[in-house]
Design a protein around this ligand. Sequence first.
Ligand code: HEM
Length: 385
Amino acid sequence: MAGVSVVGTDTTIGRLGTAWGPVWQVRGYEDVRQVLFDDRFQPVRPTSAVNVLLAEGRFDEASRLRERDPDAAADGSGGTEFDNATRVLRLRVMNTVAAPHNVRRRTGEMRKLADELSRHLAALPPPVNASQGYTAPLCARAMRVLLGISADESARFVSYVGSSTSAAGIAGVSPRVRDLIGRRQRDPRPDVVSDLVATVHDRRQLAQLTNVFTWLLMGSNWEVPSAVIDFALAQLFANPAQHRRLAADPDLLYTAVEETFRLFVAAEVERGGLVRRAVADVELGGVPVRAGDFVLADVAAANRDPRVFPDPAAFDAGRWPNPHLTFGHGTFMCKFIPMSRALVATGLHSLLAAVPGIRPAAAPAGPDPTERIRGDEFEDLWVTW
Ligand code: HEM
């Protein structure tokens, strides 16, 4: 991507030169918050091949594809229309899965799972790969726990969980989800799959529900909290004084988790920010943004704005208040926040308790002895104690 020229009144808005055309990059906390909150800025929905690239902030590639294949921009290149029915169903499922009573109902199981996995890890001869051997299996299984999938049923999904959103992964998970739904129709249980299945009345709705459950169980969802736990460990390793502080005062767990979220940079943000398209003329930080313009809300920069976060580069396990924007803001804000917080806190707490002397280690020569789940998308995080 070409360089940024700064045009905002207080250097928080820059203009990126891309092959697609100028794109506003918004970096100051208040302006990023406005972009995410103001419905005149809408996400780009992946309704065409070009929009898929635009939605991911890959403007140069989108421009090349539009030139090569005008059909790939079929819906007018960069529109904000999308399959609303899918989003609405996803949100309905998310509301049920992440509802406080479901989270409460499953928290004990989640803790038990974290404790089992961390004890298992602690019994292995170090060094071990904590990402493959702990955080990834924990988060993959936690998603199944939330859906009420029992330990026996869970085994059927194991070899597919690491396949992210690949066609092979979907082809593997989807029939298992159909099986599960069939079992819950015949024999309902006190879980969200049974609750949701009871609300659908035709085959089309059932197929849509199957797709949403399949989507939920795919790596692209649970890999994010897993990466956050890895990142929390990396922050503690890089800041031994904060690690000692947390060990001495377990009450800091929740502020440490929040600080981890503040500094965590999700893949879409790493590409420049959350992508929005203005659907009306808007003035932003003194800059006139025109309808149709693209805007990148650089959440990572906003989370490091020194006007809001003193000493922003420092990992401060006790930082409070911590109004970070890592989960977004406004209409499209993440629907999984309480669960993500609980999962990261439980995962971190259990590992630190089971392996108090945990510290980084170099990767050994030879094969990885930790249990590998299919798919190799995870960063390795080698630890010893
Ligand atoms: C744990 C780390 C996570 C982070 C940092 C995170 C971050 C985000 C962000 C920044 C957005 C807003 C995107 C935008 O405004 O364009 C978002 C939306 C969303 N997230 Fe998360 N997320 C996390 C975990 C999850 C998980 C595990 C799930 C599902 C299982 C999930 C489901 C969703 C959904 C459904 C939306 C879209 C809501 C909508 O369309 O209104 N998130 N997330």
